[in-house]
Design a protein around this ligand. Structure first.
Ligand SMILES: [Zn+2]
Length: 220
């Protein structure tokens, strides 16, 4: 199954942080989109984070894909840079951890309309779950309470889209011993976060993709 990385935005506030989404080209289920980048219209947020934003449709067009191709959306979590353009895909169901939707409704009122718009169809998960044959979500709480990562089975092993369970390849490698001083938001619950990273390591992924690091760990 081919995994296509989308360049959805850049956050220039601290470092030049890329914002990636991913399309899994599933032979039967169609295109499965993981995360939708930053939304539009919140000028304060755009300014605070120095967002250089792109339309998801433009990012997809680079790969001869269009929003209509997307049959399923998975949000790793509901921070502003992962669910901002969900409404572009309102024809698709959104697979989200139930605890994450509850958290975001409490804590993210300003960008609530980005994921909680009228008619949004949620498929709420309580822990790990299969989304399509060979594609599953694995609960990786700690960055947020309802964070999840996406595992895709391939001939050489599993490919992991880790979401924000690790912002970078270095953090993934070093885990609890990583220098997180440049990355204050890495965990909301340090113990849960550490356990989640150990869980991903234990699955011995063939390749790991990051939302905020252009490096890809392993070989594809
Ligand atoms: Zn996040």
């Amino acid at each position: 199954m081919e995994i296509v990385r989308l360049h959805l935005a850049r956050l220039d506030a601290f470092h030049d942080i890329p914002v990636h989404g991913f399309v899994i080209k599933h032979p039967r289920a169609g295109a499965i989109l993981v995360d939708t980048g930053v939304g539009w219209g919140d000028e304060r947020l755009i300014k605070d984070w120095k967002v250089v934003n792109r339309h998801a449709a433009d990012a997809m067009a680079e790969h001869d894909l269009s929003p209509a191709d997307v049959k399923i959306v998975i949000n790793s979590h509901l921070h502003f840079d992962h669910c901002g353009q969900n409404a572009v895909f309102k024809h698709a169901p959104f697979y989200i951890q139930r605890s994450e939707l509850e958290r975001a409704r409490r804590e993210e009122p300003t960008n609530g309309q980005w994921f909680d718009f009228a008619g949004a169809r949620f498929e709420l998960l309580d822990g790990d779950g299969e989304i399509a044959e060979g594609v599953r979500v694995v609960a990786t709480p700690g960055h947020t309470v309802g964070h999840q990562s996406v595992y895709v089975d391939g001939p050489d092993g599993v490919a992991v889209m880790i979401g924000d369970a690790a912002y970078t390849a270095d953090i993934y490698r070093d885990g609890d011993k990583a220098d997180l001083s440049p990355w204050p938001g890495q965990h909301a619950d340090r113990d849960a976060w550490t356990r989640s990273l150990e869980k991903v390591h234990a699955s011995h992924p063939h390749v790991v993709h990051f939302c905020h690091d252009t490096r890809v760990l392993g070989h594809s």
